[in-house]
Design a protein around this ligand. Structure first.
Ligand SMILES: NC(=O)c1ccc[n+]([C@@H]2O[C@H](COP(=O)([O-])OP(=O)(O)OC[C@H]3O[C@@H](n4cnc5c(N)ncnc54)[C@H](O)[C@@H]3O)[C@@H](O)[C@H]2O)c1
Length: 282
């Protein structure tokens, strides 16, 4: 693995059944990694796993129906990955409930947060904030012990985090990014890194409704753009890259990856703002 590739690395991909998770799974397999595909929706998981096994071979893929926010599920995912795929190096927290949970037609007729059904708030925070936290807790001790690993989370664009009309989606994603900032500090120097990867705008998945300006699907960001930055972040070339956020759509594959990373990357939120608090001793 000294060539910087992901060959023979083992990754957990959550939300692997469709959209960005499916594209990233196939990208990792094509590059020679082994992948545990995690998905709450059994039908799409079965379909995606068939495609993945065709590409990576049966021994490179396991598919687990599970809910990432449940501690027992997270432990089971890690145990099965290590046993059945022979190790664990990478966690990609990709699963999430989209803004459409705020209600049908939320784009054209957005609701107010004060009217949001509290159950929708709870479910969204569970999947989008507690899920990445729960998976991180299940994975981190093993990665720290082996002194090498990657913890990655797909959050969202920073402006989406504070946008009205999309219910709990933005706040829940902001929580996930803050969690990543915390663990990137706590992991510093351990050999394990924590970074955020986002598409960088609306991507062509079911999360973006097929209406209005989003109806021209070919003009949206295509899921495959996630793959080049993901592969680089998972390679040894990125061993020293920690506490960063990368916009996949801004990643120029014609450039050397280090240059592409410089252009598409920024400090993980909200470290770029500097220290805000007045604190004794500082
Ligand atoms: N599509 C976009 O424009 C866009 C933009 C910014 C960020 N994102 C983020 O990218 C990631 C992938 O989104 P997508 O667009 O591919 O959406 P998607 O809805 O196509 O895929 C998300 C997958 O996660 C699964 N999932 C949801 N909750 C789960 C849980 N608790 N446990 C296991 N699996 C669960 C869903 O069943 C689904 O298959 C998400 O984190 C999303 O917030 C998407």
């Amino acid at each position: 693995m000294s060539d910087g590739s992901v060959r023979d690395r083992v990754a957990i991909m959550t939300g692997a059944g469709r959209g960005l998770g499916r594209a990233m799974t196939l990208g990792l397999l094509k590059a020679g990694a082994r992948v545990c595909m995690v998905e709450v929706d059994q039908d799409v998981l079965d379909d995606a796993a068939k495609e993945a096994q065709k590409i990576g071979g049966e021994r490179a893929v396991i598919a687990i129906r599970a809910d990432v926010a449940k501690r027992d599920d997270a432990r089971m995912i890690v145990d099965r990955t290590r046993k059945e795929l022979g190790g664990l190096h990478i966690l990609m927290n990709n699963a999430a409930i989209g803004p459409q949970a705020a209600g049908p037609g939320y784009m054209t007729n957005p609701g107010k947060l004060w009217n949001l059904d509290p159950e929708t708030w709870r479910r969204t925070v569970e999947a989008n904030t507690t899920g990445p936290f729960t998976m991180m807790q299940a994975v981190a001790p093993h990665l720290v012990q082996q002194k090498w690993g990657r913890i990655l989370t797909v959050t969202t664009s920073l402006d989406t985090m504070t946008r009205g009309g999309i219910g709990a989606y933005g706040p829940a994603k902001a929580g996930a990014e803050a969690m990543m900032a915390v663990i990137s500090e706590e992991l510093e120097g351990s050999g394990v890194t924590a970074n955020v990867l986002v598409p960088g705008g609306p991507a062509n998945t079911r999360m973006i409704p097929n209406e209005g300006v989003y109806a021209k699907r070919s003009e949206l960001i295509q899921p495959d753009v996630m793959v080049p930055p993901l592969l680089w972040l998972c390679s040894t070339a990125a061993d020293k890259v920690n506490a960063r956020r990368f916009r996949a759509a801004a990643w120029d594959t014609k450039l050397a990856p280090e240059k592409a990373a410089e252009i598409a990357g920024a400090p993980i939120a909200w470290l770029g703002l500097g220290r805000q608090s007045i604190h004794p001793g500082r």
